[in-house]
Design a protein around this ligand. Structure first.
Ligand code: ADP
Ligand code: MG
Length: 657
């Protein structure tokens, strides 16, 4: 049974004076360390376009070595090879790849199909590298496979096809870009007689259509199909009738397709990458996991860090951003015997400074407070009626004491929330009498809860009493612990601070006080927290880098495992750039996919952490940062394996298991 390809297969040659292939004195020496073995000893050979040549010889006679040289998969050690008059020694790796892609079609004894790709995808490979648009490529591959009787097998993997079917797929692949010259190395070697005859019939049919066929075989019956039989023995040509003088098939030139755009290259490489990742799903998942954990931890760590920082800023800001705090004593007076003297009169004077809204003196002691049988040790602060305004802190129940209370040395007290809870445990407190250091005070107000300071002190564990009462009856001293000033216009806070400084220096005769404003305190605290966040982020980035090393490891394994696939791609016309791009994109796909999943996990983890009352802050920059890191890590750690793949030698790669 003869099966003729039904499609008009482009790829024939007009006879011309220039031989298609011209070898002169070709030698090939294999070097294994010190040992050099010459396997081809000066071959002269001329093959014209449109010929059907069989190269015959026993195993080990150098036929495959010769074919690799003819097909530009390997370079000769000596002599010259002219293809259509052009010395191929002058062509670089990429030019050789293009020559293979556009001119040669290889058919191997072991088929050399890519195991993870379907029949049609295998056939399309050469066209991918010549940049044929996808729809054209699909159509042509389908047509070729159908004409070879594989219309029902388009989506089968090589492992789902018989040997004869696989060989027909590889013939279709050889024809994909025209297949002007078909190089078939023992194409029937692995097939039974029936399938072998079919393949030979196919080759004869292609010859009839004008393709140049170079067939390599060790069987005389197979060689008999050809017009011309060249016999080889021990690396020498021992018999060659020479090219026939008349050529029967003058037909047109093969189409030269090269409109490969970068974008379509990238899309194609991404598809291939996804396929390769799917083929090794479990391993890909593990690799992904490294990146996912890295990205997720960067996002979660930064969200926690930023959240903590925001919490600190919020808690300081809640104390009021319009405040100046004056404290007695100054570092630059240390060593000099100066008593720090900040007194209530200073505060009265400060109230006269422009832009000062309120100023409250504060002085206090620890004291034991008693109500009924309840005892509570807390801090009692003597301050003025200005306090709520100066601190921006209002009473929740009752009232704060007034200027009149101060004048009258009234024994009234305002409780912080914690103190109120400790003494009254929920019972009404207003109007009740309590004992502070055995002096009776009436509770007239309870402050709103303020929470803890950024440093962890409970601001609600306090009692406020009028300054006059406190200093005369409780603390017994004139000097202040601090004074809090609120300014009316925050934008002028620095000028006001300077004026207060001038005023106090004039009153004291020297600088025995310090003034700090809230803005600078927030700045300091936020700076400290930022360092924390950086630290947390670094931990995340480190795990991301570890994930990146995982990617590199897997890619290296993948390159080693798929060396044969790389060889097949190179034989069918992939340039080094194509291979580099493919493996790089594979690494990038892992990194990007891991990045995306990692973002999801990171946000989810952050949400869980937030559910446990830890402050978190979502923001876009850490997400972009983490994804960017993952992507660049893919690029960096993917480059080495990709370059290793791209630098492989086609013959060595093809020969690998
Ligand atoms: P054939 O295809 O005719 O069976 P080959 O061309 O494969 O023969 O091999 C010819 C000779 O070259 C053999 O003796 C083989 O051992 C040797 N040979 C082939 N490839 C290599 C190689 N990579 N390194 C060393 N020797 C090689
Ligand atoms: Mg061989």
């Amino acid at each position: 049974m003869k099966r003729e390809p039904a499609v008009a297969l482009a790829g024939a040659e007009r006879p011309s004076a220039t031989p298609l292939i011209e070898l002169q004195g070709i030698t090939k020496t294999y070097r294994n360390g010190e040992l050099a073995v010459e396997v081809l000893h000066g071959l002269d050979l001329r093959i014209d376009a449109g010929e059907f040549v069989a190269i015959m010889g026993s195993s080990g006679s150098g036929k495959s070595t010769l074919m690799n040289i003819l097909g530009c998969l390997d370079r000769p050690s000596g002599g010259s090879y002219r293809f259509m008059g052009r010395d191929v020694a002058t062509l670089d790796r990429d030019a050789l790849a293009c020559l293979r892609r556009d001119t040669f079609g290889f058919v191997f004894q072991s088929y050399n199909l890519i195991g993870s790709s379907s029949a049609r995808e295998n056939v399309e490979v050469p066209a991918v590298y010549s940049g044929m648009p996808p729809h054209e490529r699909h159509a042509r591959a389908t047509e070729l496979l159908s004409s070879l009787g594989l219309a029902q097998r388009l989506d089968h993997r090589p492992s789902q096809l018989s040997g004869g079917q696989q060989q027909r797929v590889s013939i279709a692949r050889a024809l994909m870009n025209g297949g002007r010259v078909i190089l078939a190395d023992e194409p029937t070697g692995a097939l039974d007689t029936h399938n072998g005859e079919e393949v030979m019939a196919l080759l004869a049919g292609l010859h009839a259509q004008g393709h140049t066929i170079i067939l390599i075989t060790h069987e005389r019956e197979v060689a008999q199909c050809a017009q011309r039989i060249i016999e080889m023995r021990d690396g020498r040509i021992v018999s060659d009738p020479g090219p026939p003088h008349t050529l029967a098939h003058p037909t047109g030139h093969a189409p030269r397709i090269d409109h490969s755009s970068h974008l379509s290259d990238v899309i194609e490489a991404t598809r291939t990458a996804l396929r390769a990742l799917r083929a090794n799903l479990f391993r890909s998942m593990l690799t992904l996991l490294g990146i996912v954990i890295g990205v997720a931890s960067v996002i979660a760590m930064l969200a926690i860090g930023d959240g903590a920082r925001q919490a600190v800023i919020d808690s300081i800001s809640s104390m009021g951003t319009n405040q100046l705090i004056v404290r007695p004593g100054a570092p630059n007076l240390r060593g000099r015997d100066v008593t720090a003297t900040l007194v209530a009169e200073d505060v009265v004077a400060i109230r006269e400074v422009p832009n000062v809204l309120a100023a409250a003196p504060e002085q206090g002691n620890a004291a034991t407070v008693r109500y009924g049988h309840a005892d509570h040790r807390t801090s009692v602060t003597a301050t003025s009626a200005d306090f709520p305004l100066a601190r921006g802190w209002q009473v929740a129940y009752g009232t704060f004491f007034s200027a009149n209370d101060e004048q009258d040395h009234a024994t009234v007290a305002v409780l912080g929330q914690t103190t109120a809870d400790a003494l009254f445990s929920g019972a009404p407190a207003l109007g009740e009498y309590i004992l502070i250091n055995n002096i009776v005070f009436q509770v007239i107000g309870i402050m709103q809860p303020m929470g803890a300071t950024p440093w962890g002190a409970d601001q609600d564990d306090v009692i406020y009493v009028p300054f006059t009462t406190g200093s005369s009856r409780l603390t017994g001293q004139r000097h202040l612990r601090s004074a809090t000033i609120a300014v009316a216009d925050v934008t002028r806070i620095d000028a006001t601070q300077a004026e207060v400084e001038t005023l106090l220096r004039a009153r004291h005769g020297l600088e025995d006080f310090r003034i700090r404003n809230m803005a600078s305190i927030i700045e300091t605290a936020s700076e400290t927290q930022r360092t924390m966040t950086m630290l947390l982020g670094t931990v995340g980035v480190i795990s991301l880098v570890v994930g990146g090393i995982g990617v590199m490891n897997i890619m290296l394994v993948s390159v080693t495992e798929r060396t044969r696939e790389i060889g097949i791609r190179m034989a069918t016309g992939a340039r080094a750039r194509n291979i580099l791009q493919q493996f790089l994109i594979e690494a990038l796909v892992v990194a990007a996919l891991g990045g995306l999943i990692g973002i999801g996990f990171g946000l989810a983890a952050t949400a869980v952490i937030a559910a446990f009352d830890t402050p978190v802050l979502y923001s876009l920059p850490p997400i972009l940062l983490a994804f960017g890191c993952a992507f660049s890590i893919g690029l960096i750690f993917g480059f080495l394996p990709a370059r290793k793949a791209a630098r492989l030698d086609p013959v060595t790669a093809l020969a690998s298991e």
